[in-house]
Design a protein around this ligand. Structure first.
Ligand code: GLC
Ligand code: CA
Length: 554
């Protein structure tokens, strides 16, 4: 069965509902708020919205802990609000993608509560239960991504259950066919309400190694990806739901490398349509360091080029890329890798140019389109993320492998909360996000950085994105053209050539805050047409800081 591949011509916008727009003053964004901003999103030109989870949830991990997959959490609104949003979006030719979190549920999910009873209960094997070792300790030394052991003792059942994330997020047992059918039914339910596709949370973790081998290093998270039956489960889901119901699926795949990504996204294999890789997002992390994501270092641009290029070439004609720099788990790209001070406009548009010039489906995370930045003044208490606090305990307090100061410095660069601060709409109190107290502190730069200010500026980042999206819709070559990296070793310039029907297109950005000379190799191209350029000047042999453009050349 072949699917309608609408996403290949689309730009998708991710909304983090909790932080988008609050319409009832409780400090929490809601579904009505998203609906209210449909005209804004339409103006931007995007084709689909991906909503982070809005289902009933105790919010231990901001909704990535679901208690009921068919119920909208009252804090976001009602099921009817969701149906209304879907309808309004569809009237505006915007598709809706929901977050599919099926590696685990909340411990408040009825399935888990029943499972804890054990015995011949129908839900008994819905989760991953194991006996304690003879000495009472956990079945193995696996760690949770949020710190500590991945096993939690349950008194009533007298067994341990597995949780790759918080202990309130028990992992589902996909070996159990009833679990899989329950999940597929949930997907059918949302399809019947008009949902067009899924973003699949850590879908590459659904199959476990039931030998439960110890990791070489205790409390680490290796062994938690690409389990033995992963492809089989995903293929089954494709055949049962995704293909027959024509639903798009983009999977989160933390461990995928460019050379094996095709196994998940080759249309021939009938699994997923795209995956989010993590590979390019780790270019500012010290490899193999015990402190994981907190072992921060300046981004290696040469490596970034190498990785993004390998994905372009490996998947060409073989699968489809999902393109992103930001999402609800990533800090703001201009604060991490660019310059969020004097070159905020230039670096935001430079990274956008590089991403949107590639083959694949670009994803924009809320606020990225106006150059939102990391919160620069957050103290440990200002951060709310369970990952950050769990890791602080593990690395700073228990293992003492990193000082509190270095941890906080890294957090200032890479904490997930930087993406989760309230959307900055205008310069009124709390950036126009809420009339109440926001659940997470508003970024203190909101009087300067907000939608209203950006739209009235002659250097509007929003307008630049609008133009990039328009190009994606109008220029067939952006979708089809081949890819060739230029100047692979240049530490500042990211440049690539795309070829389609005997025409050449050049995408280029100076990813540094220094002016640089255009290398001879590139000077040889003659510019025939400029599609987009982030400086109001002619293209010349000198590149200004973060100067970038997309041009047709010969
Ligand atoms: C994914 C989500 C992240 C969440 C985790 C556990 O990585 O994107 O936000 O914490 O899975 O569900
Ligand atoms: Ca609200």
């Amino acid at each position: 069965m072949s699917k309608n591949e609408w996403w290949k011509d689309a730009v998708i916008y991710q909304v983090y509902p909790k932080s988008f727009l609050d319409t009832n003053g409780d400090g929490i964004g809601d579904i009505k708020g998203i609906e209210q901003k449909i005209p804004y999103l339409k103006e931007l030109g995007i084709d689909a919205l991906w909503l982070s989870p809005v289902y009933l949830s105790p919010q231990i991990d901001n909704g990535y802990d679901i208690a009921d997959y068919r119920q909208i959490d009252p804090m976001f609104g009602t099921n009817q609000d969701m149906f209304d949003l879907i309808e309004t979006a569809h009237e505006n030719k915007i598709r809706i993608i929901m977050d599919f979190v099926a590696n685990h549920t909340s411990d408040q999910c009825l399935w888990f509560k029943e499972s804890c009873k054990g015995g011949d209960n129908f839900f008994s094997d819905f989760y991953i239960w194991q006996d304690a070792k003879a000495d009472g300790s956990a079945p193995n030394n696996w760690g949770s991504s949020f710190g500590g052991s991945a096993w939690e003792w349950n008194d009533s059942r007298q067994q341990y259950y597995l949780h790759y994330y918080a202990k309130e997020q028990p992992d589902l047992n996909w070996e159990n066919p009833h679990v899989r059918q329950y999940i597929y039914d949930m997907m059918r339910f949302w399809k019947s309400k008009g949902v067009d596709g899924w973003r699949m949370d850590v879908v590459t973790s659904i199959s476990k190694d039931w030998n439960f081998p110890d990791n070489t290093r205790p409390l680490t998270t290796s062994n938690q990806q690409n389990g033995p039956r992963m492809h089989e489960f995903i293929h089954e889901m494709n055949q049962e739901v995704l293909a027959p119901l024509d639903m798009m699926a983009v999977g989160e795949s933390p461990a995928a490398k460019s050379y094996d990504a095709w196994e998940l996204v080759s249309p021939k294999r009938e699994e997923l349509d795209m995956i989010f890789t993590f590979e390019h997002m780790h270019v500012d992390r010290k490899k193999g360091d015990v402190n994981g994501r907190w072992a921060h270092q300046p981004a290696d641009i040469v490596q970034l080029k190498e990785i993004l290029s390998s994905w372009q070439t490996e998947l060409f004609g073989n699968g489809w890329n999902a393109l992103y720099f930001e999402n609800h788990d990533r800090a703001r790209v201009i604060s991490r890798w660019g310059n969020d001070q004097e070159y905020r406009y230039e670096s935001a548009t430079a990274f956008a140019t590089i991403l949107h010039g590639l083959q694949g489906t670009p994803f924009i995370f809320q606020g990225e389109e106006i150059g939102m930045t990391n919160a620069s003044d957050f103290t440990l208490d200002d951060y709310k993320d369970i990952e950050l606090h769990g890791n602080y305990q593990q690395y700073v307090e228990k293992a003492q492998t990193i000082s509190a100061q270095d941890f906080l410095k890294a957090a200032g660069k890479v904490s997930r909360d930087h993406a989760r601060t309230p959307m900055q709409w205008d310069d009124t109190i709390n950036a126009g996000f809420t009339t109440g107290t926001p659940w997470l502190k508003t970024n203190s730069r909101y009087p300067e950085i907000n939608v209203a200010a950006d739209l009235s500026s002659d250097r509007s980042i929003f307008t630049y994105y609008q133009k990039l999206i328009q190009l994606r819709h109008e220029e067939k070559w952006l979708k089809e053209a081949s890819y060739q990296l230029l100047l692979p070793k240049d530490p500042a310039i990211f440049a690539y050539l795309r070829k389609f029907e005997n025409q050449n297109y050049l995408v280029l950005a100076n990813l540094s805050d220094q002016a640089v000379d255009l290398p001879k190799e590139i000077q040889d191209y003659q510019v025939l047409k400029t599609f987009i350029h982030n400086y109001p000047k002619e293209i010349s042999t000198k590149l200004a800081p973060y100067e970038s453009y997309i041009v047709k050349v010969q």
